[in-house]
Design a protein around this ligand. Sequence first.
Ligand code: NI
Length: 184
Amino acid sequence: MAILKIARMGHPILRVRAQEVTDPRGPQVQKLVDDMLETMIDADGRGLAATQVHVPLRVVIFQVPPEDDDEVDVPMTILVNPVIEQLTEEVEYDWEACLSVPELIGLVPRCPKIRYRGTAPDGTEVDRVAEGFHARVVQHECDHLDGFLYPQRMDDMSLLVFREEMRNGIPDEARRLMGDDDAE
Ligand code: NI
């Protein structure tokens, strides 16, 4: 296993549409996934796409621990050739961060309910319905495979901010978009 270098916003690999994997159970995919897991854990990330470690293949890993969303506990999931289907026209706003966009966070509109499918590296098929933060993480990671970073999904760039600047409170506009009734 090895810790891989993570591409940062501006590197051309992050704009590439990754290619489908022809053999999800092949030894190259196993090695890639092992290295991605080690890299994500080392960087304390919630998800990682292969393009972020300079490999243009359709592979993502993610997890949603209970501290991120008290409604779900999604174990470490590895998806090869993932496909997403939006299950509602609704939009929800919440903060996202990305290992390729260090120190920043942004308020991103996403579909709050999706179905996603893909192949695990052992060849089994994954088919899940996801809501909330779980749905958000999957959309964020799969976007990487199409060459999109979360700032490209934002509709108010004034809400792309340094995480450190938010320690004294988040902007009222962000609270309003997140549905906080107490926001002015
Ligand atoms: Ni990311």
